[in-house]
Design a binder for this molecule. Structure first.
Ligand code: PMT
Length: 221
C-alpha cells in the first residue's frame, strides 16, 4: 500500500445508513453498518489525504486522523456534504441513503389505533451524490451501487444518470458481502474501464480502491 498516494488531497466520504423519523421514537432505516465507508476513510487517511467522514448512526469509532461529522437523516447528510465539499478533490458516497422519508413527522408518539393497517406516506429525499456531482466546482465523484440483480447494468446506468466519474458496483444479494458484513467484493466502473476486485476484507478492499482511484485525480499534489 502506497502511503503517499493521496498526499495533499481533500476527501469527503459518506458512510452508514440514514434514519428518517416517523415520530419521536420510530424511524425508517436500513442495514448499513458503516464498515465500508469507515474503511475507505481509514485507507484515504493512511494514504495521506485530509479526510472528512460524514456518518449516519453506526457503532464504529472514528478512524485516526479523520474529521467525523455525525448525522441522522438524508437531509442532514446533504447539508453536511454541501458544507464540507468546498475545496474538496474527491467525494465518495458509501452511505446507504434512504430514498424516501415520511412526508410528515409526528411531534408526539403515534398511538396504536383500532384499524388493522396504517399508511405512512413517503416523499422523495434529495439525492446527495447527484447534487454534489452537479456542482459547478465538482470534485471527482464516486458512488456505490447496491444492487440485488442485474448489478452491472444498473450500476452503469446509475453512474451515467447521477453524472459520477466512477461507480463501485456492490452485489448485496450474496451472503457474506455487502451490508453489515466484514468482507466485500465489488466491480469498479468508469467511462472506460470495469475492474473487478475479488472478495476480501472491507479494510483490504478499501486500500485497493484508494490505489485504483488515485491515478484518476487531476492533481496529485
Ligand atoms: O455500511 P456497510 O454495512 O459496510 O455496507 C456497505 C454498503 C453495502 C452500504 C456500501 O458498500 C454501498 O453499496 N453503499 C451504497 C448503498 C446504496 O444505498 O446504494 P444506492 O444504489 O441506493 O445509491 C447509489 C449511490 O447514490 C450511493 O453512492 C449512495 O450513497 C448515493 N445516494 C443514494 C440515494 C440518495 N438519496 N442520495 C445519495 O447520495
Amino acid at each position: 500500500f502506497d502511503y503517499d498516494v493521496l498526499n495533499g488531497q481533500r476527501v469527503v466520504i459518506t458512510a452508514g445508513p440514514t434514519r428518517e423519523a416517523i415520530d419521536p421514537v420510530r424511524f425508517i432505516s436500513n442495514h448499513s453498518s458503516g464498515k465500508m465507508g469507515y474503511a475507505l476513510a481509514e485507507a484515504a487517511a493512511d494514504a495521506g489525504a485530509e479526510v472528512t467522514l460524514i456518518s449516519g448512526p453506526v457503532n464504529l469509532s472514528a478512524p485516526a486522523h479523520v474529521k467525523r461529522i455525525m448525522v441522522e437523516s438524508a437531509q442532514d447528510m446533504l447539508d453536511a456534504a454541501l458544507h464540507s465539499v468546498e475545496n474538496c478533490d474527491v467525494f465518495i458516497g458509501a452511505a446507504a441513503v434512504a430514498d424516501y422519508r415520511p412526508e410528515s413527522v409526528s411531534t408526539n408518539k403515534l398511538k396504536k389505533g383500532k384499524e388493522a393497517s396504517m399508511d405512512i406516506r413517503l416523499v422523495k429525499n434529495p439525492d446527495i451524490i447527484a447534487t454534489i456531482a452537479a456542482l459547478p466546482n465538482k470534485p471527482f465523484t464516486i458512488g456505490f451501487a447496491a444492487e440485488t440483480n442485474d448489478v452491472l447494468s444498473y450500476a452503469r446506468e446509475k453512474r451515467l444518470r447521477k453524472q459520477l466519474d466512477m461507480i463501485i458496483a456492490n452485489d448485496v444479494s450474496i451472503a457474506g458481502i455487502g451490508f453489515n458484513s466484514d468482507e466485500n467484493q465489488v466491480t469498479l466502473i468508469t467511462s472506460t474501464d470495469e475492474i473487478s476486485l475479488p472478495q476480501t476484507s472491507k479494510r483490504q478492499l478499501a486500500r485497493q480502491l484508494i490505489e485504483q482511484i488515485a491515478p484518476h485525480l487531476p492533481t496529485t499534489r
